[in-house]
Design a binder for this molecule. Structure first.
Ligand code: ADP
Ligand code: MG
Length: 394
């Protein structure tokens, strides 16, 4: 994990731009990674989720080009990719640059007047850790494009929603990753010391206070560095199971099954497995609402209990956890965390824990020791605060 400050990265990326492009950038824009506090596998069921923006961000130094081409360099990849915007497809440019080219492609498709750009990317968001480095990349470029092409979308909530949709289309169509809009909505809509309650059915959002430091606690993120095969297949299978269950129950989505009617509803399903999947989704959506209410009431202990219940449900009923996520969450709890859970799709990625502010270091060390004992790869733990959304930095 990068320890560089925002000011250092802004200077580094602007300097790299000047070296690589031969002139100073018109500006530097950035967007954050995110963690979802609670509400996992709820988005494709029209449910609720509750992300915060991370202090870790992706930075884009950028300037206009007159020739309709995108030339983008990533300092993480140490690679420059060039493509004519009119020729962007799911095959071209391919690879990581698809996330950048896809944003300009999607803005163009939605009727915005965009053109060529020189872009240099630097980032402090861990890549592939389930902390949404992909949306951070897209949204940093979207913020740059918004200002450089004079789109004026960053200035309003509706405009940011349109940018989020363009970034989601970039990821789905050009980068070829079938994800919902949670990551992009968080990167463009989160505020400091707040979580964003997102209703995936209506698209409505609400800011909920999230500042555990006020209660003597910190949010610890642990990137387990675990990568398990079959992730895509498992994701598709869970999704399909939910759709099939909704069809059998005669409702548009599992959002329409109230938690009060859950047990009566699941008796109509054909297998224990499907009943368990539905129980997770319906109770998880309910937990998001209760977590938001607990945060609004300042009841962090209750949020911790909901984290634990969410993890147990994801492990036992939805079956998307893995040994690393279970060990990390159990260790955090044993070290005095109010609660801990896996975050993201599962089978690896990161977990989060609400730990006493004074034991951030002790919990991190204990998780690393537990991983070593079991022969897992070394994890990376770091405390985070709820941070702000995409912005111009320089
Ligand atoms: P996550 O979003 O959880 O980090 P994803 O698989 O969705 O994981 O996105 C990771 C991909 O995004 C990388 O494989 C790469 O293609 C692209 N990416 C993210 N950050 C950068 C970066 N700084 N430079 C180049 N590519 C990046
Ligand atoms: Mg991603």
């Amino acid at each position: 994990m990068s320890e560089r400050s925002a000011a250092e990265v802004v200077e580094a990326v602007a300097g790299a731009f000047t070296r690589l492009v031969g002139r100073e950038p018109a500006g530097v824009w950035s967007a954050p990674g995110r963690v979802n506090l609670i509400g996992e596998h709820t988005d494709y069921n029209d449910g609720l989720c509750l992300p915060i923006a991370l202090p870790q961000r992706t930075y884009a130094a950028a300037s206009l080009r007159a020739d309709g081409r995108l030339r983008v360099h990533s300092l993480q990849r140490d690679e420059t990719v060039e493509v004519t915007l009119a020729e962007v497809t799911p095959e071209r440019p391919g690879g990581w640059a698809a996330y950048v080219a896809g944003v300009l492609w999607a803005l163009g498709r939605s009727g915005q007047r965009v053109g060529g750009l020189d872009v240099v990317i630097d980032s402090t968001v861990p890549v592939g850790a389930g902390l949404s480095s992909s949306a951070a990349l897209e949204c940093s470029v979207a913020a740059a494009a918004d200002e450089l092409f004079g789109l004026g979308l960053m200035g309003s909530a509706e405009g940011r929603e349109r940018l989020a949709r363009a970034c989601m289309a970039a990821e789905n169509v050009i980068a070829g990753a079938p994800t919902g809009g949670l990551d992009q909505t968080a990167a463009l809509g989160c505020r400091e010391r707040a979580a964003l309650l997102l209703d995936c059915r209506s698209g409505e959002t609400r800011q909920v206070p999230f500042d555990p430091a006020r209660h003597g606690h910190a949010l610890l993120v642990t990137d387990t560095r675990a990568e398990h095969a079959l992730v895509d297949g498992q994701y598709a299978a869970r999704r399909q199971s939910c759709e099939e269950a909704a069809r059998l129950l005669g409702v548009p989505t599992l959002r329409d099954v109230p938690v009060s009617g859950l047990e009566a509803a699941v008796t109509r399903l054909p297998s224990d497995e499907m009943r368990a999947r539905v129980r997770h989704v319906v109770t998880e959506i309910d937990r998001v609402g209760r977590a938001a209410a607990a945060l609004e009431a300042g009841d962090l202990a209750q949020v911790g209990r909901l984290f634990d219940a969410s993890h147990a449900s994801l492990r036992d009923a939805y079956e998307v956890s893995c040994a690393e996520l279970d060990v990390a969450t159990e260790t955090a709890r044993a070290q005095g965390a109010l609660g801990a859970r896996m975050t993201g799709g599962g089978f690896g990625g990161s977990c989060i824990a609400l730990v006493p502010a004074g034991s951030v270091e002790a919990v991190s060390v204990a998780i690393a020791a537990a991983f070593e004992e079991r022969g897992f790869a070394p994890p990376a733990s770091f405390a985070v605060v709820a941070s702000g959304s995409a912005r111009r930095d320089a």
